[in-house]
Structure formats: structure tokens, C-alpha cells
Design a protein around this ligand. Structure first.
Ligand code: FES
Length: 318
């Protein structure tokens, strides 16, 4: 995967535990165009790699804006980035997108909680510019704990599309979500990012109004651990070579042990970097990065976590 150097042009304290970083290419060139909602890998000063959504307007390519929440259990990733100062250089990947906007939707409802607002901001910029119907619901514990409030209220150009929901109880959240869902049609699309439980609630309420594939979820963390007690070995075939994947080893691990280089980042099934093509066989999908329709198609696999339901998978590298 290609990585390139960027220089930190500005650091802002958005809240007591969220900082935003404006990044410019170290060589002064503009960035390549990217789809709204995309994220990048950022290699921090401690060489830890983390994914962060781009929250700048996707049509302005002179800089990227990302926001980093200081995690209480930081193992060097978010803490090291919070210590980064203006002028320092970081390494980043090209943007990748796991939550495409449905261009044919009659309406887009963006639902974010906490730091999950970040991908929604670039999506809102895109939708506003494209003249599409949308609204952004932003849930946070309080005004002071919500990032980008000033931007969304005063400088985004789409403040009339943003509805803030501060300090709501679980029941109040549900009522708001049900009201927002009441006007959805079968052609509407819902996008959500936030804590897993929050996204589950959004998904279950939205799925009563729109087809399941019209609900799009952006995961930042791996899901619940999978029950692996019934796992069995299987084979993968790649470029006419056959490898056995034993219980307790991943496809990526087996391929790399055999000298096959596979791009990976999270190794937890959330970033989509390791996705490979499936030419034959049935995957046992265990990732959080592919949509349910992509999983049903069975022609791709997140090779860092997923396994096989058939005795052999024939794979190709993308
Ligand atoms: S490396 Fe991130 S999904 Fe596999």
C-alpha cells in the first residue's frame, strides 16, 4: 500500500479529548480526489497505525482534516498523535472508502454519535454541493463534548441540515430516531457511525423503514469476538499454489508465512485493507467492513479474520 508524507499545518483542540489536525502534503502537491466518507491510515510517531475519517470537503484537495479522540486505553496511537505539533511530519495512506453514498437515494439521513460525526461531515459537504436531500443528526453527551459544533453551526454551509441532540437518555434517543425514520421511503439511505450499541439501535429502527442494504454502518472497532469453537482447517488456492489454513491461524498469516505479501492495517476486520477476491468457494465472513450485500455476493473476503464454509477457497489478490 502506498504511503506518503504529510506535514501538520494546524492542530486545534475541538473538545477536552478530541484534537483536529490539518494535514498538507510534504511535497506541496494537492491530494488526489477521494469519495466522501473515506478514511486514511495515519502512522503516528510511535509507528502505530490508526484509521481516521477525512472530514474536510472532499472537493478541496489542498489539505486533509482529521480528528483524533484520545482513547482512555490508548496503546500509543491516539496519545502519540495528541502530542504531535504543528510542523511535524506524519505518514498517511491514500484514502479508502467503506461507506459509499448511494447516488440514487431520494434522501440521505446521516446519524452520528460522538467522534462518529467525522465521516458524516465530508459526506454532508458532498451532498450539499450535489444538491441532494439530506439531514445530519449529531448525538453527543453535551455541547462542550461535541467536536466541530462551531464548524457545523457557522462555517459548513449546511447548518440548516444539522440537528444536534445533546444529553439524551436512551429512550429519548430512540424517540428522536423513530421520528427521523418516519419520513423515510424504500429509496432512502441511512448512514451511521458511533458506538456499536448506538449503531445497532439506528440500524434496527431504520431497517423497519428501508431495505437492510440501505443502512450503512462505519465501524471503528472490531465487533464482539466470534465463537471459534467449531472452526475447522480449510485450504486456500492462490496463483495455483495451495495452502492449508489451520484452526487459530488467519488466511493472511498463512499467506505471509509462505512469502505472499498481503496489505493489512487493522488485522481486526474493520479497515478493508486486506480484502481479496474470491473466485471459487464460500467464505465465512467475520469482518465488520463489508456490507451485507457484499457478503452475500461471496466474491470478496477480508482475509485477516474471515474463514471458509467450503473446504477450499480460490482467491486472487486485488
Ligand atoms: S486488515 Fe483491516 S480488514 Fe483486514
Amino acid at each position: 500500500m502506498g504511503m506518503f508524507k504529510v506535514r501538520v499545518a494546524e492542530v486545534l483542540e475541538e473538545t477536552s479529548n478530541i484534537k483536529s489536525f490539518r494535514l498538507k502534503r510534504a511535497d506541496g502537491a494537492p491530494f488526489d480526489p477521494y469519495p466522501a466518507g473515506a478514511h486514511i491510515d495515519v502512522v503516528g510517531p510511535t509507528a502505530v497505525v490508526r484509521q481516521y475519517s477525512l472530514c474536510s470537503p472532499p472537493y478541496e484537495l489542498d489539505e486533509y482534516l482529521v480528528a483524533v479522540k484520545l482513547e482512555a486505553d490508548s496503546r500509543g496511537g491516539s496519545q502519540a498523535l495528541h502530542d504531535v505539533e504543528v510542523g511535524q511530519e506524519l505518514e498517511i495512506s491514500a484514502p479508502r472508502n467503506l461507506m459509499d453514498l448511494a447516488e440514487d437515494a431520494d434522501r440521505h439521513v446521516l446519524v452520528a454519535a460522538g467522534i462518529g460525526v467525522t465521516p458524516m461531515i465530508s459526506m454532508a459537504y458532498h451532498l450539499q454541493r450535489a444538491g441532494q436531500e439530506f439531514e445530519l443528526h449529531y448525538f453527543a453527551r453535551s455541547h462542550t463534548e461535541a467536536a466541530f459544533v462551531d464548524l457545523l453551526e457557522n462555517r459548513s454551509g449546511f447548518s440548516d441540515r444539522v440537528v444536534f441532540h445533546f444529553g439524551l437518555s436512551r429512550d429519548e434517543q430512540r424517540a428522536v430516531l423513530e421520528t427521523a425514520a418516519s419520513s423515510l421511503t424504500q429509496e432512502s439511505h441511512v448512514y451511521t457511525c458511533g458506538p456499536e450499541g448506538f449503531m445497532d439501535r439506528v440500524k434496527s429502527i431504520a431497517a423497519e423503514k428501508v431495505p437492510e442494504d440501505n443502512v450503512h454502518i462505519e465501524h471503528f472497532r472490531a465487533g464482539e469476538p466470534t465463537d471459534t469453537s467449531a472452526d475447522v482447517p480449510f485450504e486456500v488456492e492462490l496463483d495455483d499454489e495451495v495452502y492449508e489454513v489451520p484452526v487459530g491461524r488467519s488466511i493472511v498469516q498463512v499467506l505471509e508465512e509462505n512469502g505472499v505479501e498481503v496489505d493489512t492495517t487493522c488485522q481486526e476486520g474493520i479497515c478493508g485493507t486486506c480484502i481479496m477476491g474470491v473466485l471459487k468457494g464460500e467464505p465465512d465472513h467475520r469482518d465488520q467492513c463489508m456490507s451485507s450485500s457484499e457478503k452475500k455476493a461471496n466474491d470478496q473476503i477480508a482475509a485477516c479474520v474471515s474463514r471458509a464454509k467450503s473446504p477450499r477457497l480460490v482467491l486472487e489478490l486485488f
